[in-house]
Design a protein around this ligand. Structure first.
Ligand code: PMT
Length: 412
C-alpha cells in the first residue's frame, strides 16, 4: 500500500559519487506512490546520466534555468511551487554552502530560494569536509532556517576513508521523507534534546565522566522527530548513530553542552535535558600529564553551571523537560528538581545497581506541577521514549503555547 500517494517530491541531485544512490532513491519514492521531478546539477550529470533519472521518474529531468523548451512547459517559479517537499540527495558541501548563503546560481538553488516548501538535504561528502567548521556553520544556518538535515551516515566512504559524511541509504531517506510529510503534532516545532555523558578533563589524557550511553536521549530525539518536530540533539561523546531527521551537535564538556544548548534553545519550542551532565569539573586542568608521585592525590573540583537553570533563565517561556537520576526518594527528589529548575515536566528513573545507565531498557515516573504523575512501565528505551514524547506533546499542547511565526523557508 503506497504511503506517499500523489505526494510531489522535487529531488535535487548534486555532484558527488553518491548521485548513483539517488537513482535508487527515485525508484523507492515512486514505488510508494510519490511523483518525483528530478533536478540535476551540472556536477551530478558527470556521475550519472540524465536518461537514468528520466526512465526512473517518468519525467524529463530539469537541469538548467536557460532551457527555453522546459521553461515554456513549466517555468522555474511554477516548478518551485509544484512539490510538497524539496529533497536534495546527495547534497554536496558546495550546494550546502550555496544554500546557506542564499545563492541562486543554478536551477536547483534558484528553486530552493523561490520556494516556500519544506526543504530536506541528505549530505554526502568526505569526512573531513563534513567535519570542517565552515560546513558545520553552513549546516547550522540551514537548520536554523528550518531545513531538515537527513544524516549523514558514518562508515566506509568512496574515497577509501572511514568516518561520518556518507549519504544515508535510499531506504532510510525514503523513510525520512515519509515521516517528514506525515502530519505530526510537533510539525513546525523545534525540539532540543541533550543526551549522553559529559567529559571533564583533568589533564591531557584523563577526564571525569559517567556511565551514560546516550541511548535514552537519542531515542527521545528520534521519537520527537517522528512526531514531526525539527530536532537538535546536543550530544556528549557516544557511539550512537544520528537518528533519522535529527541534527546532532557534538560536545564534550558540560560548559560546551551548556553553550550549545543555549544557542539551540534560542528558537526552540521544547527542551529536554536527558544528558547526564557532570556537576563538577576540575578547578584547574593540568597542562601536562599528572605524574604518579604521592600515595594520595586530591583533585580540586568546582561546580558546573546547571544547564536547565541557564536555559530557563534565557527562555522563561520555553516548555522544559528534565530528567532525574535517583538512588533514593525518587518522587521527593524529582519534585524538588522540578520546582528548583522551574521545569514543566520531570522524568525520573531509578539508577544504581545496574539500572537505567548504559542499557537498553528503563522505567520512568514522570511528574509535573499540582501533583501530576504518570508511570511509564518498564520497557525498552525506544518504547519509553515514544510514550514520553506523547506525554510531552499532551502537556505542551495543554499549556497552549501559540505557534511562532514561521519564516518562509521553515517547514509548515
Ligand atoms: O544515557 P543512557 O545510558 O541511556 O542513560 C539514561 C540516563 C539514566 C542518563 C537518563 O535517563 C537520565 O536520567 N538523565 C539525567 C541524568 C542526570 O544527570 O540526572 P540528575 O538528576 O543529576 O540531573 C537532573 C537534571 O538536570 C537532568 O535533566 C540533567 O540533564 C540536568 N543537569 C544536571 C547537571 C547540570 N550541570 N546541568 C543540568 O542541566
Amino acid at each position: 500500500m503506497p504511503t506517499l500517494p500523489g505526494r510531489r517530491i522535487l529531488l535535487g541531485v548534486t555532484g558527488g559519487i553518491a548521485a548513483y544512490k539517488a537513482a535508487d532513491l527515485t525508484r523507492r519514492l515512486i514505488e510508494i506512490g510519490a511523483e518525483v521531478q528530478v533536478v540535476m546539477s551540472e556536477g551530478a550529470k558527470r556521475f550519472v546520466g540524465v536518461a537514468t533519472f528520466q526512465a526512473l521518474s517518468g519525467r524529463p529531468v530539469r537541469d538548467s534555468l536557460w532551457d527555453a523548451q522546459a521553461e515554456g512547459h513549466m517555468g522555474h517559479i511554477e516548478l518551485a511551487r509544484w512539490p510538497d517537499l524539496i529533497l536534495i540527495a546527495p547534497a554536496t558541501a558546495d550546494v550546502i554552502a550555496r544554500l546557506a548563503h542564499g545563492r541562486a546560481d543554478d536551477l536547483l538553488t534558484t528553486l530552493v530560494l523561490a520556494s516556500d516548501k519544506p526543504v530536506a538535504i541528505a549530505p554526502a561528502m568526505n569526512r573531513l569536509m563534513w567535519a570542517k567548521a565552515v560546513t558545520q556553520d553552513n549546516v547550522a544556518k540551514l537548520v536554523a532556517r528550518g531545513v531538515h538535515v537527513l544524516g549523514p551516515g558514518a562508515g566506509f566512504q568512496a574515497c577509501g576513508e572511514v568516518g561520518e559524511g556518507r549519504m544515508r541509504e535510499p531506504l532510510e531517506i525514503r523513510d525520512d521523507v515519509v515521516r517528514l510529510l506525515a502530519a505530526g503534532p510537533m510539525r513546525g516545532r523545534h525540539a532540543v534534546v541533550t543526551a549522553g555523558p559529559t567529559r571533564e578533563p583533568i589533564d591531557p589524557v584523563r577526564f571525569i565522566t559517567n556511565r551514560s550511553s546516550g541511548k535514552q536521549g537519542y531515542a527521545l530525539a528520534s521519537a520527537l522527530a517522528q512526531l514531526g518536530a525539527r530536532v537538535t540533539l546536543v550530544s556528549g561523546p557516544t557511539n550512537l548513530a544520528v537518528p533519522a531527521g535529527v541534527m546532532r551537535v557534538d560536545v564534550e564538556t558540560a560548559q560546551q553542552m551548556c553553550d550549545a544548548a543555549l544557542k539551540a534553545a534560542a528558537d526552540a519550542d521544547v527542551f529536554v535535558g536527558a544528558a547526564a551532565v557532570a556537576d563538577y569539573r576540575a578547578a584547574e586542568v593540568a597542562r601536562e600529564k599528572i605524574k604518579k608521585k604521592a600515595d594520595r592525590l586530591s583533585l580540586d573540583l568546582t561546580r558546573n553551571d546547571d544547564i536547565l537553570v541557564r536555559v530557563r533563565g534565557a527562555r522563561p517561556d520555553l516548555f522544559m523537560v528534565g530528567f532525574a537520576a535517583e538512588t533514593e526518594k525518587l518522587e521527593q527528589h524529582a519534585r524538588e528538581k522540578l520546582e528548583k529548575k522551574k521545569l514543566d515536566l520531570i522524568a525520573a528513573n531509578w539508577v544504581g545497581g545496574g539500572r537505567a545507565f548504559d542499557r537498553d531498557d528503563n522505567q520512568l515516573n514522570v511528574f509535573w506541577s499540582a501533583g501530576g504523575v504518570r508511570e511509564l512501565a518498564h520497557a525498552g528505551k525506544e518504547q519509553l521514549a515514544r510514550e514520553l514524547a506523547a506525554l510531552i506533546v499532551e502537556r505542551f499542547q495543554a499549556r497552549a503555547v501559540p505557534a511562532k511565526a514561521k519564516s518562509p523557508q521553515k517547514t509548515k
